[in-house]
Design a protein around this ligand. Sequence first.
Ligand code: INI
Length: 154
Amino acid sequence: MPREISADLTAEGLKFAVVVSRFNDLITEQLLRGCIDCLTRHGAADKAITVIRVPGAFEIPVAVAAAARAKKHDAVIALGAVIRGETPHNEHIAAEVTKGIAQVALETGVPVTLGVLTPNTLEQAVERSGVKRGNKGAEAAASAIEMANLMKKI
Ligand code: INI
């Protein structure tokens, strides 16, 4: 049998930074709610969660980088909402955020999870922030817990 490494979803004793953008805060506040709910339900203490607010999704990577380099958190969670059609440069923003976040994770070795919605419409954003299609903030939180535990095991 090959040796396998996988991790559980216990957040007890782990520390998290959550970087959340204010742009489209109708949506991002719901992502944050889902994220914190997931972390605490899995055992994270309130004082083990630091919420860092940035103006828009474009500013997420630099704050994620600062949080990861501080080496105070077991994982960093990025939350935002880039909605197509709000501005012609929305696609550039979405691409930069995704690339930037991935780069930080690879460079620092700190897991960073992506809870940035990139829907076509506000309605889709609402659906993915706790209404019909789950909550992307909670999904990003669960992935962060798993990755934080996994990195300790590898
Ligand atoms: N920021 C977002 O978080 N979502 C968006 O949909 C968005 N659009 O479409 O413009 C957006 N723009 C602001 C951007 O992230 C920066 O905050 C701004 O350009 C200042 O650097």
